[in-house]
Design a protein around this ligand. Sequence first.
Ligand SMILES: *Cc1c(COP(=O)(O)O)cnc(C)c1O
Length: 397
Amino acid sequence: MDQDSKTRPGLQTRLSHLGRAGKRSAGFVNPPLSRGSTVLSPTVAARADAQARRGERALAYGLDGSTAHWALEDVICDVEGGYRTALVGSGLAAVTVPMLAFLKAGDHCLITDSVYGPTRRFANETLSRFGVETSYYDPCIDGAGLAALMRPNTTLVFTESPGSHTFEVQDIPALAAAAHAGGAKVLMDNTWGIHHFQPFRHGVDVSIQAATKYPAGHSDVLIGAVTVGNAEDWETLHATKRNLGEFAGPDEVWLTLRGLRTMGVRLARQEKSALEVAAWLAGRPEVAAVLHPALPGAPGHDLWKRDFTGACSLFGVVFDTRFSQEQSHRFCDALDLFGIGASWGGFESLVVPTTDSVTRVASTLSPDGPRVRLHIGLEDPADLIADLRQALAAMAG
Ligand SMILES: *Cc1c(COP(=O)(O)O)cnc(C)c1O
């Protein structure tokens, strides 16, 4: 167990108490939901003072945030174990804002080949227009392998572990050591790991959360969070966020803070159900592989065990090669309790085919066979398994 568990209250205690005015505050339990653009100042001098202290949580304009924004920033920052958190409008913005903050024209950026698709698209279509060159690396590469790909102008190494479609677990400490030795910052999309992976203790400089997923938790919000480990990186990140006009709306912030209060219990239940479903699927003759890092024997299990304290409820399934892609689509269509849709982390189960949505330029996928991704929600696992059983029959029939 990590050292903090001796000195720090448990996750669900912190989620219940952080980001609040305090139990003796003589007010409502939760911060107010404040919508606004203009902030009025009593005098010109007071306005100048608020403007000078921007970034220190002084309100001069709506884009500076609100009590609820600062509460949510504090709770997410605590979960990530970082120095400070910035909220942005979506998980994708939580990827793009720090990339724009820490890259400049002439730089080279290394991105894991297992990266979330829109991150790849941003690098290929947008960063390239601003003179940043990107290359992709095999997610399972070791430190020496990454060191060999570093160039004098490599300033950013992007990681995502496990990959949210293919579930390779990366050796983050080894990759971070190699990146730092070459003078590069390490960004990590930590959406899957959430509180089960402590990025700053494993060498990550900037951690990204699509808080749309488990923190919001109810499939009704889009929001992102970027956390940095020190004051200098905060200045860099905050300046770019401000210059871009990036913002998370107050309703989304308020709902995400509300969602986070129960994230520990939701995740614990979903983790357990997902493992039960994954183990059941692993025993089925239709299934060639279950890509769930917490499942003993699954790809990446040893690294997961070394670096993570638990798992979320998102994993992949590879069907046997005797099934066609069309049959895997029939499987998805036959499911009753699993919605067909992107995103994850909500209370409800989802399925999505992934055979065609994965791009590879620096690595290959194995085993062969049509693929789907499952998100396990809060339903009773016996019902989910019964549903999967009849869908497997429909696929084979
Ligand atoms: C969903 C997701 C994102 C983007 O989040 P949005 O809020 O949907 O923009 C980023 N990274 C990963 C790994 C994701 O799964």
